[in-house]
Design a protein around this ligand. Structure first.
Ligand code: T3D
Length: 266
């Protein structure tokens, strides 16, 4: 089933929603329209009970080249600079938290170049799998900007402060294997089998206990801000909820009956 959008495509294939950035001639650079559409598509995927895994990818040879640098061309050319803070607040600041908080596993399938806010978008996803043809750059510094759209927060959490700073102040374009070495992506797949490899991972995640995955995301995202004692208490409270799910019962029964579990995400 395909949902109608202008700059992205959303296709639900069984339990997996594929969200595809669809401006291939611009390497899927982000516009305000695209940001709004992503926000809406991720909200829908989050609430659609049929969806148990979301994949974000790009059409054509790019994943996402970051902010569309032509969006404010007229303002720049006339010498009137755009109000960047306002633009960030009304687009990325709405969309990025929705991606991060999606209560389903979210895979960034980095099929090609990811730059600037395109990298931030990938970092907002839970698992990053890169094609061996992908390239990644914190492009911001090359146009005199700092990492935004969550990049200053998400990148150090993925690769540590030192590597995050190096990538951010050099703007180096790194290949997929270097991204794997520094922990920016968790796996690299050959371009020829990329879609199949991502699909296999997506269905595997979609067959897991979806509520436990949502709770694990929320727990891990909040944990750095807690004391150990508070984290233990939070674990106990959430574990009590998980203990009441059908998937917990199914998991335990399948174990004792020595069979594969059939989780339903409830
Ligand atoms: O205003 C605010 O809100 C500030 C927020 C900023 C957030 C950001 O994301 S800042 C960073 C913005 N992104 C960049 O600076 C990256 C710019 N692009 C590049 O450096 C290169 O295109 C890449 C390294 C990503 C890929 O290089 P390559 O050689 O593979 O492709 P290409 O030939 O440069 O690009 C192909 C086409 O896409 C080309 O158009 P053309 O010549 O065929 O008509 C190019 O202009 C277009 N394109 C690529 N990136 C962007 C873009 N068009 C608009 N905006 C882009 N970001």
């Amino acid at each position: 089933m395909t949902m109608p959008y202008e700059q992205i495509a959303v296709d639900r294939e069984g339990t997996v929603a594929w969200i595809t950035l669809s401006r291939p001639d611009r390497l899927n650079a982000l516009t305000a329209t695209m940001s709004g559409e992503l926000e809406s598509a991720f909200r829908d995927a989050g609430t659609d009970e049929r969806v148990r895994c979301v994949v974000l990818t790009g059409a054509g040879r790019g994943f996402c080249a970051g902010q569309d640098l032509t969006e404010f061309e007229a303002a720049y050319r006339s010498g009137k600079r755009p109000d960047i803070a306002e633009h960030l607040r009304t687009s990325y600041h709405r969309m990025i938290p929705v991606v991060v908080q999606t209560p389903k596993p979210v895979i960034a399938a980095i099929n090609g170049v990811a730059a600037g806010a395109g990298l931030s978008l990938a970092l907002a996803c839970d698992i990053r799998i890169a094609s061996d043809e992908a390239k990644i750059t914190q492009a911001f510094v090359k146009i005199g900007l700092i990492p935004d759209s969550g990049g200053s927060y998400l990148l150090p959490r993925a690769v540590g402060y030192s590597k995050a700073l190096e990538l951010s102040i050099t703007g180096d374009l790194i290949d997929a294997n270097t991204a794997l070495e520094v922990g920016l992506v968790s796996r690299v797949a050959q371009a020829a089998t990329f879609r199949d490899d991502v699909t296999e991972l997506a269905y595997r995640l979609a067959s897991m206990p979806t509520l436990a995955i949502a709770a694990t995301k929320s727990l891990l995202q909040g944990a750095p801000h807690l004391t150990l004692q508070d984290a233990l208490e939070k674990e106990a409270a959430i574990q009590a909820e998980m203990g009441r799910t059908a998937d917990h019962l199914e998991g335990v029964n399948a174990f004792v009956e020595k069979r594969e579990p059939r989780f339903e995400g409830r």
